[in-house]
Design a protein around this ligand. Structure first.
Ligand code: F6P
Length: 341
């Protein structure tokens, strides 16, 4: 078989582990040819690719980022790709395409599949918000980074009797904030799924100070927002990829708390550090398993599907409904925290 692989959307620790695993299983075990498209779907559209052999993927298991490069694709270019799907397939002699990506990439993969390209998707995202899979690789690494940040912020917050607001990634789903907040013992967790009441956060901080605990750490997802009328907050614009531009909830929350409480508050935006660097052992294993199963699915002719983790097993899930609904934090998971809304 001739298999194409690409990484698209925001990068994520574990992408290289999937690429390596695809090459090991396909080239070494199955005798296939693997080509890697550069910079996501752009490489596919522009015919930029290189052959991937065992030497090319040697030593990349623990490396963050993606050796293939990644990019987001404007919607009109995706439509162009779908319109010319058959031509692409024949020109590139592709027997299978393995796109590795998050919600946007898997939606694009589903469209390309419907347009006639034999696609096996592999889900990735630090956000862990793909409903068809119990976990995505990258999430464990991001939670680890955010947890370490909370641990570190606690000691400096305590020394200075400050309120620290740590903003983590999570546009529509607050999984990183929830799990890092729990693991780090944050005193407040704010997620996009549950608009927060600023009064409740103020009360939590005041109660802590009254008990002699003169500091607090609040973990807030970038997509979290205050309940209507709770505090001033403007939504950002939508960019050319359909994403809302965030206006910095972490800093706004810190300012508001400082203003209302008369206590020093600082904001810390973790940003892309959550996505950089080496993947955890968990993410390396999940990514490796996804790569192996994607090649096997291609050999079985199971196209229009993506790899997914269910319990401890890897199964194949239809791409068409993989992204129909985002996996968001349910109320019962928030109930398990001592969070403040
Ligand atoms: O979807 C993954 C993600 O890391 C989100 O958590 C985050 O909002 C977004 O990508 C950031 O995108 P960019 O790298 O384009 O700024």
């Amino acid at each position: 078989m001739r298999i194409g692989v690409l990484t698209a959307g925001g990068d994520c620790p574990g992408l290289n582990a999937v690429i390596r695993s695809v090459v090991h299983r396909a080239v070494v075990d199955r005798g296939d040819q693997v080509i890697g498209f550069e910079d996501g779907f752009k490489g596919l559209l522009e015919g930029r690719y290189r052959s991937l052999d065992i030497n090319e993927v040697s030593g990349i298991l623990a490396r963050g980022g993606t050796i293939l490069g990644s990019s987001r694709l404007e919607r009109h270019r995706l439509a162009e790709a779908c319109d010319n799907a058959e031509a692409f397939r024949h020109k590139l002699s592709l027997d299978a395409l393995i796109p590795i990506g998050g919600e946007g990439t898997l939606t694009a993969a589903s469209m390309l599949s419907a347009a006639g390209i034999p696609v096996v998707g592999v889900p990735k995202t630090i956000d862990n918000d793909i409903s068809a899979t119990d976990r995505t690789f990258g999430f464990d690494t991001a939670v680890g980074v955010a947890t370490e940040a909370i641990d570190r912020l606690k000691t400096t917050a305590e020394s200075h009797q400050r309120v620290m607001v740590v903003e983590v990634m999570g546009r529509h789903a607050g999984w990183i904030a929830l799990e890092a907040g729990m693991a780090g013992g944050a005193h407040g967790i704010c997620i996009p799924e549950r608009p927060f009441q600023i009064d409740d956060l103020c009360k939590m901080v005041e109660d802590r100070f009254a008990r002699g605990k003169k500091f607090a750490v609040i973990c807030v997802a970038e997509g979290a927002r205050p309940a209507e009328g709770s505090m001033p907050y403007e939504r950002g614009e939508i960019d050319s990829y359909g994403h809302e531009r965030f206006t910095g909830i972490g800093q706004r929350l810190a300012n508001e708390l400082e203003h209302r409480l008369g206590k020093e508050a600082r904001a810390m935006i973790l940003g892309h550090i959550q996505r950089g660097g080496t993947p955890t052992a968990y993410d390396r294993v999940l990514a490796t398993r996804f790569g192996w199963h994607a090649v096997e699915a291609a050999h079985r002719g199971e196209f229009g599907m993506m790899t997914a983790l269910r319990g401890t097993d890897i199964v194949m899930a239809p791409l068409a409904n993989a992204t129909a609904e985002l996996k968001r934090v349910p109320q019962n998971r928030m109930d398990e925290t001592e969070a403040v809304f």
